[in-house]
Design a protein around this ligand. Sequence first.
Ligand code: MG
Length: 219
Amino acid sequence: MKKIFRALGPIALLTFAGCAVTSHEPRNLDSLKGEIRDYVKSGRYERDIAAVTVTADAWLVERSAQKKPGERLAVVFDLDETLLSNWEEIESLGLGYSPSVWEAWVADGKATAIEPVRGVYRTARKLGLEIYFITGRREHQRAGTEKNLRAIDCIVSSALIMKPDDLKGTTGEFKTVARAKLTAQGVVIVANLGDQESDLIGGCAERTFKLPDPFYWSQ
Ligand SMILES: [Mg+2]
């Protein structure tokens, strides 16, 4: 590189220096949003989800076949961007976030089902597995969340475990404790599905299934 600078002189040095600064420029937000919209609208997002759920489905069938008498096998589902798609709300905010809009959206209970994940839910039901929804949504959002689950034909009598309104700490910690409590009650969580690492860390599941989420990140 030094040889090139010497051959081209001081002007080239300035040009290269300019390039170096530009290379540290972050990704352009509008172009990144365009990529995300295209990822969803092209169907690639759902295909990536389906690639994970095919494996999860096969695992539930395989694991159920090994069930011992009296064993309580269970599946844990996260809700947002796992069983429920909030794409309509996310897109309405220009792929942004507004706490007040989010509260109203949750209360309305209009999130759509993520079909491949609902397929895993149906497989779990058919196999007679216990089903738990463990969500970072707070207790005060229970009515809207139950309404939404009913709307997508998911039975609410399955346990819906929500974060207490006054609970401090991360969602990852809350979810880990929730799974540990189930395990202590004799429940064997054979699969845990979520879109965030915080859904899946902390153990208490035989297998974890990570779904894509290009929209947000949560602890
Ligand atoms: Mg989620």
